[in-house]
Ligand binder design. Structure first.
Ligand SMILES: C[S@@+](CC[C@H](N)C(=O)[O-])C[C@H]1O[C@@H](n2cnc3c(N)ncnc32)[C@H](O)[C@@H]1O
Length: 271
């Protein structure tokens, strides 16, 4: 797949000894950027995560070295320290190092930690944004992240307890403060603790009938969407076998899907 000349001429050179952090988007290879494709074609080594789909990995030239940095098939997860050390070692060996991450590299993807480590090691880097699943996933499920009638803000947050957090699951966030904003919450990594999160939001005064939309495997041919409400979201998601990776949207924007789903063309078709 050639990159149009007019665009290729504007893409920066991938200089040996540098690291490019590239967002692969939420899954659909059609949402991968041309800058990302350019990086894949030029890289000597590609250090990639589990959430980067096969269709995008299939764009890698046969000659490139593939260095898996995720968790898959029961293999133990690589530690963040191990991954950054590998990035630094590849760069110091004079390679063009592509660090390929799902979604956007700076949204709940530890891309921030990685570039801080690169900077501390004196290694030059470039960040190529990708479409984050929290926004791309909602769009693909016909749930507008904002409309003028529903909300002037949207909160992207993690439902996963931060590493090292003490105490009960999902207690790391001030759920009452987030609920009080009235803005829709868009949760990443929330499936494991969805029950506890919903309970804390309801304890903070959020209505049990607040609309909840869960988009699993967003933008892929496996995409599934569940629209439910806060007090039964975890139970229904489990009953329907919805699993990670999934985005959970909570708030009135989810209700808009009802008016759109019959006409929206998407991975899972009109439903
Ligand atoms: C470690 S975070 C990485 C987020 C990523 N950097 C981004 O910008 O989308 C992983 C979480 O992203 C969400 N996610 C990633 N890809 C997804 C997809 N195709 N469909 C639904 N959720 C997805 C899930 O909540 C998953 O648990």
């Amino acid at each position: 797949m050639p990159i149009p000349d007019a665009i290729a001429a504007q893409l920066p050179e991938f200089v040996p000894g540098t690291v490019w952090l590239v967002g692969a988007g939420p899954g659909d290879p059609g949402l991968f950027t041309l800058a990302g494709l350019h990086a894949m074609r030029s890289a000597d080594v590609i250090v990639y995560d589990a959430l980067v789909g096969d269709a995008i990995m299939g764009l890698a030239p046969e000659t490139s070295e593939l260095d898996y940095a995720g968790k898959r098939g029961g293999r133990p997860s690589h530690s963040q320290k191990d991954i950054t050390e590998r990035l630094i070692a590849h760069a110091r060996a004079g390679k063009r190092v592509l660090r390929l991450k799902g979604g956007d590299p700076f949204v709940f993807g530890r891309g921030g930690e990685e570039v801080l480590a690169l900077a501390a090691a004196g290694i030059r880097f470039r960040v190529v944004p990708g479409i984050t699943s929290g926004l791309g996933g909602l769009a693909a499920a016909a749930i507008p992240a904002t409309t003028r009638d529903t909300n002037h803000a949207v909160i992207l947050m993690t439902g996963h307890p931060a590493a090292g957090t003490e105490g009960p699951a999902a207690s790391h966030a001030d759920w009452a403060a987030f609920a009080a904003t009235g803005a829709p919450l868009v949760l990443y990594m929330a499936m494991t603790h969805l029950d506890a999160i919903a309970a804390q939001l309801m304890a903070a005064g959020m209505g049990a009938n607040t609309p909840v939309g869960i988009v699993a495997d967003a933008t892929t041919p496996r995409q599934r969407v569940l629209v439910t409400q806060l007090d039964r979201a975890a139970r229904e998601a489990a009953a329907q076998g919805l699993k990670a990776p999934a985005i959970v949207a909570i708030g009135s924007i989810v209700g808009l899907r009802e008016r759109l789903a019959a006409f929206a063309l998407g991975p899972e078709g009109a439903s």
